[in-house]
Design a protein around this ligand. Sequence first.
Ligand SMILES: CC(C)(COP(=O)(O)OP(=O)(O)OC[C@H]1O[C@@H](n2cnc3c(N)ncnc32)[C@H](O)[C@@H]1OP(=O)(O)O)[C@@H](O)C(=O)NCCC(=O)NCCS
Length: 163
Amino acid sequence: MDGVKLRLATEADRPAIAELNTRAFGRPDEARIVADLEKAGDVLLQVVAEEDRRIVGHILFYPMGVRGKLGGAGLGPMSVDPAVQRSGIGSQLIKTGLGIMRESGVPIVFVLGHDTYYPKFGFSVEAAEAFECRYKGPHFMALRMRFGPPMSGELIFPAAFGA
Ligand SMILES: CC(C)(COP(=O)(O)OP(=O)(O)OC[C@H]1O[C@@H](n2cnc3c(N)ncnc32)[C@H](O)[C@@H]1OP(=O)(O)O)[C@@H](O)C(=O)NCCC(=O)NCCS
């Protein structure tokens, strides 16, 4: 983590973020999701980790709709340069991003991802249990930021994630 700085992403970071996502995931799908979310205006927050002026980490939060109720946020995609994975950059991105979500008054954050990774940050399958979506299962988790609505309902993902 030495020498790594976190900051908000800017428009100029787009190509580097796309390249990082493609490399970290080993396919172009997540870079396309990021581009589609941006195009549709479905982005709440993007934070990047920078080392020697190179972007080595990225995290995105998007608005998550709950049918007929107050919405929340979704986390992802997120990626860290394979050369510097497992050095704490992903953790810093998640903690910083969640801190901003909490300060912004977001009631609940959802994530679809590694079931051994996100629980380290407080995400659980139980917190997502009362919500309906096609991803429901051991990899779909939530982190409640505060008690209160929405407590249940059908989740509406941005169009970038497919119909
Ligand atoms: C997942 C990812 C973002 C993690 O970033 P990172 O900077 O390597 O994570 P950290 O160094 O902060 O790791 C934090 C902890 O999670 C563990 N961890 C890291 N990657 C993990 C993984 N894929 N599965 C389970 N645990 C993982 C680390 O060992 C560490 O555990 P510890 O705190 O007990 O030592 C990164 O591996 C990545 O970009 N992977 C490819 C893209 C991807 O899968 N993105 C997430 C989609 S859900």
